[in-house]
Write a protein that binds this ligand. Structure first.
Ligand code: ADP
Length: 515
């Protein structure tokens, strides 16, 4: 629509002319006009007396009532009455006023296209006055209706040009206009979405067409939106179809425009971004987990290093202080202890340095064929070397010769369980290690007769930094078991514990059996 046309529509919408009464051919001192004027007190109307036919025709559209003074059927003014009464824009009744009393002539005049004919002598009667008011009232009603209709048509023409999906309600919340695109969105409701339908009825039809019934969680939102005709709502329809409805009030309470936008693409983008974000978050989470594991690993390893270092230092001090008084076998015993501690350190250092953990922050599992029984035996011997007062009893004959396990992981887990068994059983030196194949699993049990763990604390001993109340003053960090559990889980296995305070504990590692 061109811009000047736009303007015309808007101007037309605003212009509301005052209804007029037109008296034409009132040449006799404007007597008719003067008389009618005297009847018009209190009416908001204009009284006009056009000089010629052109002016009359120009004003006729805005008239509520038209009078033409005419005396004979062949008066040329009858032509104008015909033109006026066949003009669809003229809503006023066309009334002839005549001086003739001849009924035949009157009939002839009226037949020329007049709605009524009034005799000059009737003008001052009470009956005419009533007829005049009646016709005027009707004329004004028709005029207003025509103006409204014209406004609607212009508005409709204006709105139809807009390439948007929207629906307009008037100030009485009745449907005023539905745009083509909106109508296309609800083809089945076309019969209901017509001018004058109350918003409630329109909403029910649309909800039904969308397949949203009263049980649908979206129904309440839609109902609230349509019944308040305010704000915004988003709907998820079938097959990932999303729409957004926005209600905007028109100025001066003239009504409300509800626009509808297809936001399916936007929603798809939004979902894509949300997925990306959650992928990033979980990547970050596993990154953090890896870094936590790395920290635990380093803490545990440094803790495990301290014990042999203390042994080395203690024995070295002894040799330094008492080198002259010591018997050769004592010296031998001390140096042997030192060497065993050194070998344990070297062993652990190798495990640590060759582990991927320090390089990548991730501990990967590299299962390889190995002799688990032999490994457990060696680790027990090492521990026995370090903890002279303890005895290790092993039962490993039920184990298959070769198992596919990660050597480093197994070293770390078993060392940890053995050193805990020693540490928490200073009063009773017997430690039993049993490993066997049971069904599809390999089970390793480390049993001690030490301080035990209260049953209510058992679920927590595998948590980071958790130390049971029975640990007392025994040194420790609370990290070993949590790392052991992580490592066993990495290997597809599990770890648990049975314990009784004062009697001892059994730590059990279960691993899937693979050859
Ligand atoms: P740490 O021994 O350095 O404290 P761990 O993670 O190895 O840390 O063990 C966590 C806690 O579990 C210990 O503090 C201790 O209370 C308890 N615990 C572990 N092993 C035993 C055991 N064999 N006997 C009794 N308590 C144990």
């Amino acid at each position: 629509m061109a811009q000047d046309e736009d303007l015309r529509v808007l101007v037309e919408l605003k212009k509301k002319p005052v209804p007029a009464i037109s008296v034409f051919g009132d040449t006799d001192g404007k007597a008719v006009a003067k008389l009618l004027w005297s009847y018009l007190g209190g009416w908001e109307v204009r009284l006009i007396t056009p000089e010629d036919e052109d002016l009359l025709r120009h004003e006729a559209e805005n008239c509520a009532l038209l009078f033409i003074v005419i005396n004979t059927p062949d008066d040329p003014k009858v032509l104008i009455s015909r033109i006026l009464s066949s003009d669809s824009d003229v809503v006023a009744d066309v009334v002839a006023i005549t001086r003739t009393n001849d009924p035949e002539l009157r009939l002839k005049i009226q037949a020329q296209g007049f709605d009524n004919i009034i005799g000059w002598d009737q003008l001052e009667t009470e009956e005419f006055r009533h007829l005049f008011y009646h016709k005027l009232r009707k004329g004004i009603v028709r005029l207003n209706a025509r103006i409204k209709e014209k406004e609607y048509k212009s508005f409709q023409a204006y709105l139809s040009a807009a390439a948007d999906a929207f629906i307009v309600f008037d100030q009485d919340r009745k449907l005023f206009f539905v745009s083509r695109l909106f109508r296309e969105a609800y083809p089945k409701s076309a019969e209901i979405l017509i001018r004058g339908v109350p918003v409630q009825r329109a909403f029910e039809a649309m909800a039904e067409e969308m397949g949203i019934n009263k049980d649908d969680p979206q129904y309440k939102t839609i109902k609230e939106f349509w019944l308040t005709l305010a704000g915004q709502m988003e709907l998820e329809l079938d097959a990932g179809h999303n729409v957004r409805m926005t209600a905007v009030a028109m100025p001066d309470g003239q009504g409300t425009i509800v626009s509808m936008t297809d936001i399916s693409d936007y929603k798809t983008q939004e979902r894509y971004l949300a997925e990306k974000q959650s992928a990033l978050e979980s990547a970050l989470e596993s990154e953090q987990e890896a870094s936590n594991l790395q920290k635990q690993f380093i803490s545990m390893v440094s803790h495990e290093f301290r014990t042999p270092l203390a042994i080395i230092d203690g024995n070295a001090q002894m040799l330094q202080r008492r080198q002259n008084e010591m018997k050769p076998e004592d010296v031998m015993k001390r140096t042997k202890t030192i060497r065993s501690a050194v070998s344990r350190l070297v062993h652990m250092m190798e495990a640590v340095l060759s582990s991927n953990m320090l390089k990548t922050g991730r501990l990967d599992v590299f299962p390889e064929p190995m002799n688990l029984a032999q490994m457990i035996q060696e680790l027990c011997d090492e521990q026995a070397d370090l903890a002279k007062d303890h005895q290790f009893e092993t039962k490993l004959d039920q184990l298959p010769q070769l198992l596919r396990l990660d050597r480093k992981i197994m070293t770390l887990v078993i060392t940890n369980l053995l050193s805990n068994a020693v540490k928490y059983s200073q009063q009773d030196p017997k430690i039993a290690i049993e490993a066997k194949k049971e069904g599809k699993n390999i089970i390793i049990c480390v049993t001690d007769n030490g301080v035990g763990i209260p049953s209510e604390e058992l679920p927590q001993v595998f948590n980071r930094f958790y130390r049971a109340s029975t640990a007392g003053t025994i040194p420790g960090t609370g990290l070993g078991l949590s790392l052991a559990r992580e490592l066993v889980q990495l290997h597809g296995g599990a770890i648990d514990v049975i314990s009784e305070v004062g009697k001892g504990s059994i730590f059990r590692v279960i691993l899937p059996y693979t050859t």
